[in-house]
Structure formats: structure tokens, C-alpha cells
Write a protein that binds this ligand. Sequence first.
Ligand code: GRF
Length: 207
Amino acid sequence: MNPNTPVRLAVFASGEGSNLRNIYQRIHDGELKNVELALVVSNNSRSGALEVARAADIPSRHLSTRTHVDLAKAMLDVLAEFRVNLIVLAGYMKLLPNEVVEAYAGRILNIHPALLPEFGGAEMYGLRVHEAVLAAHRKVSGATVHLVTSNFDEGPIVMQQTCEVRDDDTAQSLQDRVQKVEYDLYPKAIAKVAVNMIERGSGTTTL
Ligand code: GRF
């Protein structure tokens, strides 16, 4: 990659899109440098993430197994069309097709609302994660950004950030605190990976 060329991000999201909104805002405010938001992909045509994209004029696509027989090809085609260097999963509730994981090996990030390797896996999403943390009587939780492999919540950890678990926490109050951590952590982790990609000049990342 050319050192003057920003890393082009595709954010994949299924739900509300608050991490997407935060990443967009940080780029817009000049706090998150060396990247540009090239594309938003959602498997959910009614997702808040697609609304965020439309409101911010970011190109977006609804891609799902319901609308695309060959989802992997549809994803790879649109990623190529928008010259995407780095895929950022932000509340994307599906496993990426293997072809996409292989084509973008080392260049796909995910954020998980707990301190992996604990409290991860296919069943661990939404409030369930925080319920499990409370049931295990942990005093500390937080968020993890990791590289994506073909299994849920596995792959090398890029960055983690912690927050306290309070005695009177509910799953909802803990989720709210962890989400604030995510808004701080994800832009930092994206920046770290982007700088690494630019310095290596190869379009891949090593940690
Ligand atoms: C976040 O808590 C993230 O950790 C998890 O999904 C949630 C997405 O929320 N993977 P939002 O759609 O960004 O608001």
C-alpha cells in the first residue's frame, strides 16, 4: 500500500449500528486517521446500520443468503468494487463465508463485548454475554478486538480494554458500560491495524 493512501474500510453490521456511527464520527472528526469508510454491508435490510450509512452518504449493500445464492461471490465482488483493504465487523451476527475469511486473512477485525477468550462463542451475544459475566461473579469485564478466523470469537487478540463490574450491575447496566469501552477501543484498534498495514506496505497485518 502507498503510505499516503488511507486504508479503505468496509463495516459489516446486523443491528443498531452504534459502533458504525462511532467509527464514522471519529473519522469525520479527524480523530481516527489513515482510514476511510468505503462501504457498509448488512445482512439485515432493516438494520440501523444501513440507516446510518444512508444518512452519512456511505455506500451500502444488503447482502444475505436470502437475496444472494452465492453470498461469498457477492461479498468478494462488492469488496473489490469498493477497493476494500480492511473488513471491520461491528455487531455482524453471521459467520463470514470461508472464501471471504481466506481472501482477507489477517485483514478482518471483530469486536466482542467481553474479555476473550472467556465468554465467547456462537451462543455468546447481546445480553447473554453480560449475564454470563455476572453469573461468574467477575469483578472486571471489558471488550476485545481480535482478528477473525472461520470460528466465532477466535483469532489473535489485537487489543483489549477493561471496565469494572459493580455489585449492583444488571446485564443491561454492564452492557451500557462495556459499550462505552467499545466506542473508545474500536477506533484505537482500527488505527493500530491501519498503521501496521501502511507501514508494511503489503495490505496485510502482523501484530
Ligand atoms: C456490540 O456490543 C459488539 O460488541 C457486538 O455487537 C454489538 C453491536 O452493537 N459484537 P451496535 O450494532 O454497534 O450498536
